[in-house]
Design a protein around this ligand. Structure first.
Ligand SMILES: Cc1cc2nc3c(=O)[nH]c(=O)nc-3n(C[C@H](O)[C@H](O)[C@H](O)COP(=O)(O)OP(=O)(O)OC[C@H]3O[C@@H](n4cnc5c(N)ncnc54)[C@H](O)[C@@H]3O)c2cc1C
Length: 422
């Protein structure tokens, strides 16, 4: 731990360990993330947001803290966090810099999905042995060299929503694959060392199938990889999510982050894997609320010590925000706590509801915070305006956009698999 931590206001834990029955080890890792966020991420967030520049130094510092390996199994030298512990730690980071927390999630998923999540899935003994050997290569790069992974899935069509096979294709070649395609909104483009690309394995004359989805770690330095386009968005500006092009990129077999067929299995049997974009936004929701309390009490650093808490209208708004925040936290905590292979229908519907609630409420809370705190609170010298813009992005993120969550809840609540009205 760092000696200068007390110099920073780390705030209270979002999920108090004693109230939410967290284990000591879980609570300590989450507290480490909160201290790191307050000490390292918060002071850098405004500049990277303004410049739309990627905060690579945050990832260097995360390497120093061991956080890049948060979900790498302990026996492989990582911190061994499970799904829930990771989500809670990532939410703490999201309180201080949304872009870093969101980019961090892209990196962590390469280890969580290939790690604890894959351990829950079926594969032959030979596939499992090969997978464990391959993922160790990836883990060593992360732990020894501070390698950063990203997760470019989106292509601008229906593939990232799970509707059709990915248009980016991997053609089997001697000792590996040749990859061709394009990914949009690729967070960490130009900054990551490896792009964790979802693509469709397709031999000569074969039809494209979602069952043949491959998850490949493509080195950023591989010949044929190109970053193009600009990045000047409303929010999450420091994610630098530009476009990636792959032109006849060769990767060896050990680039596979999951064995053949396992990504498709994960997407159907471990659906909470897609809830991992939500911790960032849970943190932003908390940040909007915390800002409001501090501001109305006249305690916001960088502003005059003017109290505004005595107005009944402000008190009612804060009460409504607190109710919304508690509802959001309770549902989300339940969903991340019960994530597992083969969840029940009720658990899957709850996961969609949690994703929808976090993504929509984070922005609703930020909007209400601005209206309640007043005009001076939305100046760019304060964090709230960035929280507001960043929080707007959550419900747009595939595969579980707010629209898709509603669409699935409605359909899956009313129809059992295979049921029709014919
Ligand atoms: C800040 C930020 C960072 C991002 N980082 C990444 C990243 O690192 N990696 C990554 O892969 N993506 C990332 N994304 C992209 C994100 O997940 C979406 O892919 C992107 O926002 C989609 O934009 P769109 O306009 O194509 O979406 P939309 O047009 O809303 O949807 C995309 C496609 O999905 C299909 N679709 C939409 N709704 C439905 C539905 N109800 N049912 C079935 N199909 C549907 C349609 O075919 C549609 O064309 C990021 C997005 C943001 C905002």
């Amino acid at each position: 731990m760092h000696g200068d931590l007390d110099a920073h206001d780390t705030g209270a834990a979002m999920f108090a360990p004693e109230a939410f029955l967290l284990s000591d080890a879980e609570a300590e890792l989450i507290a480490q993330a909160r201290r790191f966020g307050a000490r390292v991420l918060a002071p850098r967030a405004a500049r990277h947001d303004r410049e739309a520049s990627f905060p690579l130094e945050n990832f260097r510092d995360m390497h120093g803290e061991g956080l890049l390996g948060i979900c790498i199994p302990k026996e492989d030298g990582g911190l061994g966090a499970g799904y829930r512990t990771y989500c809670l730690a990532a939410a703490e980071l999201g309180r201080f810099c949304g872009s870093t927390a969101l980019s961090f999630n892209m990196h962590v998923c390469s280890t969580l999905w290939s790690g604890a999540l894959s351990d829950d899935l079926d594969m032959s003994a030979a596939d499992r042995a090969a997978h464990i050997a391959r993922r160790r290569l990836h883990y060593r790069r992360i732990l020894d060299d501070g390698a950063v992974y990203s997760q470019p899935f989106s292509e601008g069509g229906a593939a990232a929503a799970g509707g059709v096979a990915f248009g980016t294709e991997a053609r089997p070649a001697d000792g590996g694959f040749i990859v061709n395609g394009k990914k949009i909104f690729a967070s960490l483009s130009g900054a990551a060392d490896y792009y964790g690309v979802l693509c469709t394995e397709r031999g000569e004359g074969e039809a494209a199938s979602r069952r043949n989805t491959l998850y490949l770690a493509i080195p950023a330095s591989a010949p044929g990889v190109q970053v193009v386009g600009d990045w000047d968005p409303l929010g999450m500006r420091a994610t630098v999510s530009r476009t990636l092009l792959f032109k006849d990129v060769f990767v060896p077999d050990d680039a596979m982050l999951m064995p053949r067929g396992v990504y498709f299995q994960a997407a159907t049997r471990w659906p909470h894997m897609f809830l991992t974009l939500s911790p960032t936004y849970m943190g932003l929701a908390q940040a909007a609320y915390d800002f409001t309390i501090s501001y109305l009490r006249g305690e916001m650093p960088g502003t005059p010590p003017v109290k505004r808490r005595m107005f009944p209208t402000k008190q009612i708004a804060v009460a409504e925000m607190q109710v919304m925040l508690e509802q959001t936290k309770a549902l989300w905590f339940q969903a991340i706590s019960e994530a597992r292979a083969n969840p029940t229908k009720e658990q899957v519907l709850r996961a969609y509801a949690a994703q929808f609630t976090v993504m929509e409420n984070a922005n609703a809370l930020a909007a209400k915070a601005i209206r309640t705190c007043g005009g001076q609170a939305m100046l760019k010298s304060l964090a709230l305006e960035r929280i507001y813009r960043d929080s707007r992005c959550g419900s747009l993120m595939l595969p579980w956009t707010a629209e898709i969550c509603l669409d699935r809840i409605g359909r899956e609540a009313l129809y059992e698999p295979g049921e029709t009205d014919d």
